[in-house]
Design a protein around this ligand. Structure first.
Ligand code: ARG
Length: 633
């Protein structure tokens, strides 16, 4: 089904159209209601009243006269200035739930319909930098991005996952140069060595000018494809990718090797991108101070406060820059987006512009040496998950893209939706960025191992009866799930404190609590199967007790929670929903005996409510959040 909001909105929009004409039938302004009076509230009457010059309560009455809703809701009530309050009919809830319970395929989707208008969406996430071990900083990008990708594809969108690996750039010069002095070969590079290796190279680069000069030359060698440089680069990249994939596997991240498209992939496109962008934007002479033709007001009396009124490209101090309205540096001077440095080198932004061009416009590979790829994407939406320190970078890249009109989808002619799903930092107990005791950044591998270890200890207390092997399997799901859930449940834009005890607790808004609720339902269903006298056909679901009605409503609100993940890119809405669902289920379970229900029909009905709850929890946790569920724990 669609979300209830969507169904109700549709009904209201039809009614408004009938009552006042199609030009008024835009938005139903439907909101969840105050539970004391309503399940939902339609607030459209007030705005319409202003447009129509009629009293809002009268407008509300007219809407209700044209509203076809008796199958779903009790008689609508008008409240206050013209709010329309709606209560769902228990019969309608019963019908919906009964048909979900009877349809295994639908239940396996948590009863959520696919999107009516599927889109091609590129999700750019994880993006670790090569030659270093992944650290805690890569956690959020990987798991938030993966949840967005999972949810979008669950809804039937065509999702292109992209891991924009930082595998190119000046730091490789020193790595390649340093490699020359080591007995490094493809067979013996290990990621743990690479970390130390990176530090040594950086040290030498800083202290030894001859080394530094040779390192810079090595960058040029790499860019020109000189075999010796490329060989060392390949070893490093290969080992780093192997390491990342190991961690992605542990974390249940759905990126595959085919989704890895490192910065190096775009290297041959960069000169062209700079040229194309310059001609698309038009150049503005020598720089922002060359006033007039370049979009700066010719009359600006104070050049230091000059404002850029339209985007343009210009060479400033030898560097190719894009100037965009609205960006100023700390001296209030126009802040450029640099796309080529004076020494000819390209930057992070250049690669991102090339990647966007590739994702939206280009649909073929320009180089014969590259393996054939199916890149006929023409993205309609592109989402980036990086921390919020890159907010300005993405804002400028998106604006530059728009200024060049490269954001227009070549297939449908519509602007591509470009979004930066920025996130905050993970903090330690001291409120400072999360570090090891010795002040180093926490390696992701160590963090995941510790999570599993700690979960194992918790389980040893709770389930001393489990064999070590069984316990370890549960500990893996619980430990990794706890880390992921603790992150996803936070509004992504805020910082949060990493706390082992809190995230591993079986009580409260935690991964283990949700997993445990799921396992408990499974155990009830197992018992029911064991006890069952030969199957009588399942009757309808009946919602008699208030806790049953509450659970029924909550279950049918799943579609709306899923929608909000892809609408605002905020997985915490879904976490919050699943947590509330578990609470609603618990109070149902406490008040409404299932296995010991008074009669067979009630028992059947309640068992089916358990089945639907388990189905929704499994889809939410496992398929969308990527958190493993267990039938027993
Ligand atoms: N490698 C980058 C970093 O570690 C993240 C890449 C994000 N994606 C992108 N297209 N810029 O900060």
């Amino acid at each position: 089904m669609q979300s209830i909001e969507a169904i109700l909105s549709g009904r209201f929009i039809t009614a408004i159209g009938k009552a006042f004409g199609p030009e008024y039938a835009g938005d139903a302004a439907l909101k969840p209601g105050d539970p004391r009076h309503a399940d939902f509230q339609c607030n459209a009457a007030m705005a319409l009243a202003r447009q129509l010059g009629q009293p809002p309560r009268k407008v509300a009455e007219t809407i209700i006269q044209h509203l076809a809703i008796t199958d779903m809701c009790e008689t609508p009530q008008i409240a206050g200035p013209g709010f329309i309050n709606l209560r769902l009919l228990p019969q309608w809830l019963q019908q919906q739930l009964s048909s979900i319970a009877a349809d295994a395929a639908f239940l396996s989707r948590g009863a959520v319909d696919a999107a009516a208008e599927p889109q091609t969406v590129v999700v750019d996430y994880a993006g670790p930098n090569i030659a270093k071990e992944m650290h805690v900083g890569h956690l959020r990008s990987s798991i938030i991005g993966d949840t967005l990708a999972r949810t979008l594809s669950f809804l039937g969108h065509r999702v292109v996952r992209q891991n924009h690996v930082g595998d190119f750039g000046t730091q490789f010069g020193m790595l390649i140069r340093h490699g020359r002095d080591l007995t490094l070969d493809g067979g013996n590079v290990a990621i743990s060595d690479l970390d130390a290796y990176y530090k040594q190279a950086a040290q030498r680069d800083k202290e030894d000018p001859k080394f530094a000069a040779e390192a810079r030359q090595a960058v040029v060698d790499l860019q020109h494809g000189k075999p010796e440089a490329v060989k060392v680069w390949h070893w490093i990249v290969h080992e780093s990718r192997r390491h990342c994939r190991e961690l992605f596997d542990q974390l249940g991240i759905t990126l595959t090797p085919a989704d890895e498209r490192g910065e190096s992939f775009y290297k041959d496109r960069l000169p062209n991108v700079v040229e194309l962008l310059q001609s698309a934007l038009g150049s503005g002479g020598d720089g922002p101070d060359d006033q007039g033709a370049n979009g700066l007001p010719a009359t600006a009396s104070e050049p230091s406060e000059a404002k850029v009124s339209r985007a343009f490209a210009a060479v400033s101090d030898g560097a190719v820059c894009v100037f965009l309205p609205g960006y100023i540096d700390k001296d209030k001077k126009p802040l450029p987006l640099i796309i080529q440095k004076s020494d000819g080198a390209f930057l992070y932004a250049t690669t991102d512009l090339a990647a966007l061009h590739f994702r939206i416009i280009e649909n073929k590979l320009t180089h014969e040496d590259q393996a054939p790829l199916n890149c006929d994407w023409h993205a309609e939406r592109v989402i980036y998950t990086t921390d919020s320190r890159q907010a300005q970078h993405f804002a400028m890249v998106f604006d530059a893209l728009r200024a060049a009109r490269w954001d227009i989808n070549p297939v449908n002619g519509r602007p591509v939706r470009l979004e930066h799903a920025a996130f905050g930092a993970i903090l330690g107990d001291d409120g400072k960025p999360f570090k090891t005791r010795s002040g180093e950044s926490v390696k992701l591998r160590d963090l995941l191992a510790e999570a599993v270890q700690r979960a194992d200890e918790v389980l040893l207390q709770k389930r001393p009866d489990l064999s070590a092997a069984d316990r370890h399997a549960v500990a893996k799901a619980v430990g990794i799930g706890a880390i992921k859930y603790a992150d996803l449940r936070q509004d992504r834009t805020t910082d949060y404190v990493f706390n082992w005890d809190r995230m591993l607790s079986f009580e409260g808004n935690t991964g283990p609590y949700l997993q445990y609720t799921y396992a408990r339902i499974c155990s009830i269903l197992r018992k029911a199967r064991q006890e069952a006298t030969p199957a009588a056909p399942a009757g309808p679901i009946m919602l008699a007790e208030p806790q049953e009605v509450a659970l029924g409503k909550k279950l049918l609100a799943f579609a709306s929670a899923v929608d909000s993940v892809v609408r605002d890119l905020r997985p915490h809405h879904l976490c919050h929903y699943l947590y509330e669902l578990c609470g609603t289920y618990s109070s149902f379970y406490e008040n409404c005996p299932v296995l010991k229900a008074a009669d067979a029909a009630t028992r059947q009905s309640r068992l089916q409510l358990c089945v639907v709850t388990a189905g929704v929890l499994r889809v939410g946790l496992q398929e969308l959040l990527g958190i493993g569920v267990l039938e027993e724990m």
